[in-house]
Design a protein around this ligand. Structure first.
Ligand SMILES: [Zn+2]
Length: 134
């Protein structure tokens, strides 16, 4: 029997920390926007604009890398609700607890995950011996 509650808490904490980083960045950006005209009048406008763009780019990049992770976590949480959490999405076998503890959002067992990586690597044209060592 899987310690579902524990894994669920882990997933929720992971999602929260992902959101936390983003919220913090957004606050900084908001601060820059609201303080644009008034308090920072003396600083050069060019510099401000550069900072704004920097933050917007940073936020967009953060979204790009966080999106798949957040989606995986959400999917795992949905599976807990549906009662099919902990089963490999590829072969349907139970994912070992050790893997779930290390990676609560894992959607497949290790052999299936590795097979997926191999297929991807081969599609990208990685040399076979490198692919084999995965
Ligand atoms: Zn599998």
């Amino acid at each position: 029997m899987l310690p579902i509650r524990e894994l669920q808490n882990k997933l929720l904490r992971q999602r929260q920390s992902l959101r936390g980083v983003r919220a913090h960045l957004q606050e900084d950006l908001l601060w820059l926007e609201t303080h644009d005209e008034s308090e920072l009048m003396e600083e050069s406008e060019l510099m401000e604009r550069g900072q704004d763009e920097h933050f917007i780019r940073l936020l967009a990049r953060l979204d790009d890398c966080q999106k798949p992770e957040t989606e995986e976590i959400d999917r795992a949480l949905a599976k807990i609700t549906n009662g099919d959490y902990g089963l490999c999405e590829t072969c349907g076998k139970p994912i070992p607890l050790s893997r779930l503890e290390a990676l609560p959002a894992a959607a497949s067992c290790l052999p299936c995950a590795l097979a997926g990586i191999r297929v991807q690597a081969q599609a990208l044209g990685a040399p076979f011996n490198l692919v084999g060592s995965l």
